[in-house]
Design a protein around this ligand. Structure first.
Ligand code: PCA
Length: 327
């Protein structure tokens, strides 16, 4: 090998080594989420991922897999916990299957506007983080859906109008609500709503204007009852071990971006409420407000469910509600 040739050879090897070092420095995280690309939660998460990529100088590259395309909603939390994926998004109250504490934001008429929802989150955040941390999970941020309303094929004037209807539910507490209304609860993922209606598996649902508009609820329903009954939240969680493998700088970037995403998400949610109600109206859904009778019936159910929640959760429930009431 001539001197010139060995020079080229050494340079090529160095370049390869350097390249490998750069590739190793870049961490790729797959992130499953349950909701569609048009959902504000997903848009917010994509902005979060973009910010993290930029602010870490490409050290952490998060790829968002929306609408349950990588992992289905019921499996996401378990998958993050086991480290199958490092990060994911779930509806917080889905965890009420394992611990009722996580259902606090899904109790009718406990916190019905954004101000109250913020207080409820403020009162429950620490305990939520502790519970997740015991499972090796770190909470990054939590963003609310819009106040929940009822979609049906007729105007519902009283609870009795819901008796025997197949009501689409999305967690243990909406299932309980359906039972108390003497409706038939049917658990359906948001991504499957349109199919569930077109095949007759369900004939009514309680959800947000965002989901109503994104699933084109006017294709299969006629009335939206703007109850504003509770404000459930999604959360983004990360496997704590995987998080600790990031450089200290990257960890700080993720936490800062998470803080921003939480604030931005709360604003997006609130701002979109009236926009999505207007979209539904423009497409022919009749937007109605609950009658006094229906309102008081649902409030009563809210009391019953609060009591049940307290019984299920015990002292930590009592202390959390006490903090909420003081805020
Ligand atoms: N959207 C989620 C939960 C609540 C909401 O507004 C859903 O319908 O599945």
């Amino acid at each position: 090998m001539t001197i010139r040739r060995s020079f080229y050879y050494i340079t090529a090897c160095l370049a390869l080594l350097l390249n490998t070092a750069i590739v190793n420095a870049e961490m790729r995280w797959d992130m499953p989420t349950p909701y569609s690309d048009s959902t504000f939660h997903t848009r917010n998460i994509r902005l979060f991922a973009d910010e993290v990529l930029k602010a870490t100088n490409n050290e952490l590259n998060i790829t968002v897999h929306s609408a349950g395309s990588l992992i289905k909603h019921p499996e996401i939390k378990k998958s993050v916990r086991r480290g199958i994926v490092p990060i994911g998004e779930v509806l917080m109250s889905r965890l009420s299957n394992e611990d009722s504490f996580f259902a606090l934001d899904s109790i009718p008429y406990l916190a019905t506007n954004y101000q109250q929802a913020r207080k409820l989150w403020q009162a429950s955040r620490k305990r939520t983080e502790e519970k997740l941390s015991k499972q090796g999970l770190k909470l990054l941020f939590s963003v609310p859906w819009q106040p929940q309303g009822l979609f049906a094929k007729k105007k519902v004037k009283a609870a009795t109008d819901l008796q025997g209807l197949k009501l689409r539910v999305y967690n243990k507490y909406t299932e309980r609500l359906a039972q108390l209304l003497q409706a038939i609860p049917t658990q359906i993922e948001a991504a499957d709503i349109a199919t569930a209606f077109s095949t007759g598996r369900v004939d009514s649902m309680i959800t947000s204007p965002a989901i109503g508009a994104n699933t084109k609820a006017w294709d299969f329903l006629s009335h939206y009852h703007h109850f504003q009954a509770w404000i459930p939240k999604n959360m983004v969680i990360v496997n704590a071990k995987q998080f600790s493998k990031l450089s200290k700088d990257a960890q700080a970037v993720v936490l800062a971006a998470a803080k921003q995403a939480e604030e931005r998400g709360w604003q997006m949610s609130e701002q979109e409420t009236n926009e999505k109600v207007a979209v539904m109206k423009a497409n022919g859904l009749k937007v109605v407000y609950p009658s006094d009778k229906l309102h008081s019936e649902l409030s009563y159910i809210g009391h019953v469910m609060t009591k049940e929640w307290l019984n299920n959760v015990g002292d930590e429930g009592k202390s959390t509600l006490a903090i909420f009431k003081q805020l």
